[in-house]
Design a protein around this ligand. Structure first.
Ligand code: ADP
Ligand code: ADP
Length: 227
């Protein structure tokens, strides 16, 4: 991102949620973005995730400038390049874990047999091969989030974008999910994790702090690459 600004106009009042953000995330990095409520985290996450575009400035994802795209094009790029993990898991309650994981491949137009094969590989990757036929309600919170991570992985995205992924988990399940992110990072995945908690951010290889719509770098944290 270079010179990214985001202004929300609400009636006569304009709120500058991002005020000139310059940030470069390389392939394979594990980056945490930390900031207090109202600092601009969601706005930044929406732009990073191609859910919204900047008011000013440029954002390139996987070599393509996506700053000025229309929603239809953004949606395509989002489905192809980004795996989302949310605080609320966002699994469909009536579908099995396997079906939930396969869902992004339905939108990508992948044939049924291949969808199932790839969903099984992704579930295996997160250690839940034996829960393929369980529905979300039959899984613990940590397991549900692992299913969500498998769903994020199944399209082989350029980046995993996790927004407060441990916000709904107890400390044991949080550690479990963070351990999974660490493994994925060591295996070469690009991970961007958004959080308001220092201990969570410290898991990443690099921590960016956002405050009042501006980013500063905290330097390299050792925990990231060690595994
Ligand atoms: P965070 O996720 O860190 O809490 P946000 O990105 O949600 O921060 O918000 C940053 C600022 O932008 C806040 O002042 C918020 O009130 C404002 N804001 C966010 N979304 C909108 C919107 N859709 N319309 C108007 N103002 C918004
Ligand atoms: P925790 O206490 O660690 O959150 P649970 O007690 O919810 O975990 O679940 C323990 C195990 O039982 C998990 O492996 C989960 O898959 C399984 N499980 C939980 N609820 C159900 C259910 N309703 N039907 C089938 N299996 C379940």
């Amino acid at each position: 991102m270079s010179g990214v600004r985001k202004t929300y106009a609400t009636g006569a009042i304009a709120v500058e949620a991002l005020r000139g953000v310059d940030v470069r995330i390389s392939e394979g990095e594990y980056v945490a973005i930390i900031g207090p409520s109202g600092s601009g985290k969601s706005t930044l996450m929406h732009i990073l995730g191609c859910l919204d575009v900047p008011t000013e400035g440029h954002y390139s994802l996987a070599g393509r400038d996506v700053s000025d795209l229309e929603e239809a094009e953004l949606a395509q790029i989002r489905n192809r390049e980004i795996g989302f993990v949310f605080q609320q898991f966002n699994l469909l309650p009536d579908l099995t874990a396997l079906r939930n994981v396969a869902l992004p491949l339905v939108y990508a137009g992948v044939a049924a047999a291949e969808r199932e094969r790839r969903a099984r590989v992704a579930l295996e990757r997160v250690g839940l091969a034996d829960r393929a036929d369980h529905r979300p309600g039959e899984l613990s919170g940590g397991q549900q989030q692992r299913v969500a991570v498998a769903r994020a992985l199944v399209t082989e995205p350029s980046m995993i974008l996790a927004d407060e992924p441990t916000g709904n988990l107890d400390s044991v399940s949080s550690a479990d999910v963070l351990g999974l992110f660490r493994e994925l990072h060591v295996a070469g995945r690009t991970i961007v994790l958004i959080t308001h908690e220092n201990e969570i951010a410290a898991q990443a290889g690099r921590v960016l702090t956002i405050r009042d719509g501006e980013i500063s770098e905290n330097g390299v944290v050792e925990a990231g690459v060690r595994g």
